[in-house]
Design a protein around this ligand. Sequence first.
Ligand SMILES: CC[C@H]1O[C@@H](n2cnc3c(N)ncnc32)[C@H](O)[C@@H]1O
Length: 483
Amino acid sequence: MKLKFKKWTEEEFFQVREEVLKGWPTGKDVDLEEAVKYHKSLPASKNFSKKLLDAKKAGITLAQPRAGVALIDEHIELLNFLDTEGGADLLPSTIDSYTRQNKYENCEKGIEESKKAGRSLLNGFPGVNHGVTGCRRVVEATNLPLQLRHGTPDARLLSEIMLAAGFTSDEGGGISYNVPYAKSVSLEKTLIDWQYVDRLVGWYEEHGVSINREPFGPLTGTLVPPSMSNAVGILEGLMAAEQGVKNITLGYGQCGNLIQDVAAIRALESQAEEYFKEFGYNDIQLTTVFHQWMGGFPEDEAKAFGVISNGASAAALAGATKVIVKTPHEAIGVPTKEANAAGIRATKMVLNLLRGQKLSTSPELEKEIEIIKAETKCILDKVYELGNGDWAIGIVKAFEQGVLDVPFAPSIYNAGKMMPARDNVGKVRYLALGNVPLSKELADYNMAQLEERGKFEGRPVTFQMTVDDIFAVGKGTLIGRPE
Ligand SMILES: CC[C@H]1O[C@@H](n2cnc3c(N)ncnc32)[C@H](O)[C@@H]1O
């Protein structure tokens, strides 16, 4: 299959599908006709797309945790606990790291060892190994819409199995589940593999089943300038729309300055609408997701609740459709179900207190929205030019040339030349552009904001600011001031 920005024909899709389903024995149980019937038998209350659209119409922000353990019964117990004791509005199944690397043999061992140990020895839910039957038990035994959340460069088999089981949302994308998650998988390969996932969702849509797709907005979650993450989100939205996906949630990872975070969500939603319209996708149901702070967390649980609540309020004031919840165990590892539920309760408390309130506009907010949209446009214009009008080709070339450049990404296909740092009020700015094609005016604006910080701190604008900012939140502040 040659990469091109074009909807796959059914014939192309089903040809590739034969190979995909051979990836593990459970692949042979996927039957799309049966799956469509099963989806249509589910109550509307279990459809992710519908719940998101209802929330958007009502102007409320939904809360969703991350959660996943090795064995089905314990996973069901966990998810229902987060529903009843946490108050979750939407449920995940966070997939384990072996599955994310397609190492299903290791999952098999992990499942056996977890049974022997009586506790989860995998850091997530091994959906491929549990197969349609096992995953369907999760769908049958829970009461909220379910989404698979992972970090899988090649999620074709995982998506086939879990969507057939009745999950109605799938997170990820050919950029956002490659560059921040993999070291040496080419963009070409993951763009094609995620076109497959999007085409599968397009097939469900064409057969009357709405499945939500959610690109992974935060990327590395480390000082990613909002225009870089928004550019990637819009590109993955276009890639999905071209394959027939209709219900799309674009996301953003909290950076920490409230005005910039609200501006980022507002800019993301309106600019994505503009691009969908301009490129002829007129029936996209667009929602947004705000990820609570994705960087280093304080170990102290009270401080962690401060970070969680701060993220919840930013999400509500931004008017995001959904907020992804962190837990007070973030600094330690996979949370207990009690800690996970507590993170959701704290979040829901804040969302309820702020219900109906949105951050009203102001000159500072309007300015930030304008800056983010202008920077995003510079990047996307260049991607389109590099691809000669083919977004997919443009993405590959843009990474080759550092036009798309995600800070602190492990991928060898990412240039890693652009460097960010916070300005004097904590907004994330471009300290070094690398090859990110901002106009001179925008580059100067970023530098001017950083110079203000330099003046205030009495030090030059250097990479040391970036380093100080990376450790700041874990140490209890937003901006990494010199000691
Ligand atoms: C994207 C990274 C986020 O996913 C979270 N995460 C990863 N695996 C699990 C898991 N199994 N249960 C709950 N949270 C999880 C992790 O704590 C971090 O906040």
